[in-house]
Design a protein around this ligand. Structure first.
Ligand code: ADP
Ligand code: MG
Length: 238
């Protein structure tokens, strides 16, 4: 569970074509990074997958099912935003449990899932704190915890580390990679940071102006960049 297929997907805002026809296969369990300069359409592409925007044309399939008709909440995908969007007045425990409460899960089951998520994310000692009493990295982990408890088919990250300082960013990069190894869930990760792309991805999708310039493993892109744009962006020797 967790394969995502884009077939000739386009998105226009009024007269502006933001996503040109895109074809892409994301396999179950893969860590896929969308990378490219600001404004190239990364967030829009992620929002199309999440169902937060409707495609202008083309189709998106999740586990072989046409997702176009499936509302965002039913797609089984968890979007992790760069802004933490935690409830400041609620404890970490309540923040993580919130989506389960909304889904009508009973308190005992909620607590079980919260404890499991906290364990995975090293948050066990912080469950009674409020977001304001946590570091940026811990808050980011709480945000991820809120997604984990829903056991999504895939996680969608939109520049989740861009608010963190350089040292923390390095730590969180490792933590998210470890999380992927633990959960083995599909992750689609948007960034404009080449280092994040090269170190985290199984597969990198390089975007420019709404088009895919190249898809491949970090090593493939580094060794055989399709063009100068990719070479420049990835930092290959030319
Ligand atoms: P990225 O995440 O790669 O920085 P975005 O997907 O946010 O890029 O944006 C791609 C392009 O689409 C930009 O030119 C942006 O201004 C435009 N765009 C994004 N969302 C909207 C919207 N809701 N209405 C109009 N234009 C938009
Ligand atoms: Mg963006």
């Amino acid at each position: 569970m967790g394969s995502i297929t884009l077939k000739n997907v386009t998105k226009s805002f009024g007269p502006v074509d933001v996503i040109r026809p895109i074809n892409l296969e994301i396999e179950d369990g893969e860590f896929v990074v969308f990378v490219g300069p600001s404004g190239c359409g990364k967030s829009t592409l992620l929002r199309l997958i999440a169902g937060l925007e409707d495609v202008t044309s083309g189709a998106i399939e999740i586990d072989g099912r046409d997702a176009t008709a499936i509302p965002p909440a039913k797609r089984g995908l968890a979007m992790v935003f760069q802004s933490y969007a935690l409830y400041p007045h609620m404890s970490v425990r309540k923040n993580i449990a919130f989506p389960l409460k909304m889904a009508g899960i009973d308190p005992a089951e909620r607590e079980k899932k919260v404890l499991a998520a906290a364990e995975t994310l090293n948050l066990t000692d912080y469950l009674d704190r409020r977001p304001g009493q946590l570091s940026g990295g811990q808050r980011q982990r709480v945000a991820i915890g809120r997604s984990i408890v829903r056991e999504p088919a895939a996680f969608l990250f939109d520049e989740p580390l861009s608010n963190l300082d350089a040292a923390l960013r390095g730590n969180m990069r490792l933590e998210i990679s470890e999380l992927h190894q633990t959960l083995k869930t599909t992750m689609v990760y948007v960034t404009h940071d080449q280092v994040e792309a090269m170190t985290m991805a199984d597969k990198i999708v390089v975007l420019q102006a709404g088009r895919i310039e190249q898809v491949g493993s970090p090593m493939e892109l580094y060794r055989n960049p399709a063009n100068r744009f990719v070479a420049g962006f990835i930092g290959s020797p030319t």
